[in-house]
Ligand binder design. Structure first.
Ligand SMILES: Cc1ncc(C[n+]2csc(CCOP(=O)(O)OP(=O)(O)O)c2C)c(N)n1
Ligand code: SF4
Ligand SMILES: [Mg+2]
Length: 294
């Protein structure tokens, strides 16, 4: 079946590129065994299966090992500043609504310095996908605890163990009203590819947390292999409370589509509607300003 996306200007029937043909030729510099390799492989497969033209895709990141991601994909790319990937991506999407915009980065980028931007992208429901590669550590800067590090984690920068409880990213984005929420694992490539495809196809803001271990500073492979499991079939992904219950489970780390809500206007929809209103009689800028000049 030919895949088309619900975008105003493009259908992608003519593009047929293999995952390899989306590689930029820049070799990834991640440590051997880093989970981010698995995320990149699934991502390349996903965009190949969605038949996305290279010139229709923009990938935006912040700073971190995971944020090197745009360099490895043959598409538009922007390696931004730490924690500011979302506003940059939002600007690109508003200027070029025909582009598919994907934001990528790490748990530090998303939930430390970048935390202020996440709920606002969610409430705007801007049509971008956010993939957070969560290794529960700052990898690039050599292993400081991040907001998702577990309480008591002992590392060089926290020799007595961290004193702060971790945030739960899915709890946070579900509570903030995100219209698409999923969780994948870099060691489950098939499931991860499907989640990335679904996140990109969602109209609105989609948030995908990917467990992606850092073998060098926080090797959590065995731990995550033992606690991850697929969401059970009785979970209804249209039920936010059910999604929250599974996100809050303390014994298992569930993988899959937690929540999806369709039919919600995006920021772009609202701006288009506003532009149409401004063009109607008595609603131009001068008319509106007059109200405030009395
Ligand atoms: C304004 C600013 N503050 C701090 C840094 C240093 N810094 C670079 S990356 C990073 C954290 C990276 O962690 P994460 O986002 O989890 O990415 P990872 O390397 O784990 O993939 C920090 C603190 C910076 N580059 N810019
Ligand atoms: S330091 Fe960790 S996160 Fe960074 S490339 Fe190496 S394994 Fe990956
Ligand atoms: Mg990290």
């Amino acid at each position: 079946m030919v895949m088309t996306l619900d975008l105003p200007k493009f259908t992608y029937e003519t593009v047929q590129l293999s995952p390899n043909e989306y590689k930029s030729g820049v070799p990834p510099v991640w440590c051997p065994g880093c989970g981010d390799y698995g995320v990149l492989a699934s991502f390349l497969k996903a965009i190949s299966e969605l038949r996305i033209p290279r010139e229709q895709l923009a990938i935006v990141s912040g700073i971190g090992c995971s944020s090197r991601f745009p360099a490895f994909v043959e598409a538009y790319g922007f390696h931004g500043t730490h924690g500011r990937a979302l506003p940059i991506a939002a600007g690109i999407k508003l200027a070029r609504p025909d582009l598919i915009v994907v934001t990528v980065g790490g748990d530090g980028d998303a939930f430390s310095i970048g935390m202020g931007h996440v709920p606002h992208a969610i409430r705007r429901n801007i049509d971008i996908t956010y993939i957070v590669m969560d290794n529960e550590i700052y990898g690039l800067t050599k292993g400081q605890p991040s907001p998702t590090s577990p309480l008591g984690l002992e590392k060089k920068a926290s020799p007595y163990g961290t004193l702060e409880r971790p945030i739960n990213p899915l709890q946070m984005v579900l509570a903030a009203g995100a219209t698409w929420v999923g969780r994948g694992f870099s060691s489950k490539p098939k499931e991860l590819t499907d989640l990335i495809k679904a996140a990109i196809q969602h109209k609105g803001f989609s948030f995908l947390q990917v467990i992606s271990p850092c073998v060098t500073y926080n090797d959590t492979y065995d731990h995550f292999k033992s606690i991850t499991k697929p969401l059970p079939p009785e979970h209804d992904p249209h039920n936010r409370m059910s999604a929250l219950r599974y996100a809050l489970d303390e014994h298992s780390l569930y993988l899959g589509l937690f929540y999806e809500e369709t039919g919600v206007d995006t920021l772009e929809d609202r701006l288009t509607a506003l532009n149409a209103r401004v063009a109607t009689p008595n609603y131009g800028v001068q008319d509106v300003m007059r109200k405030y000049m009395r």
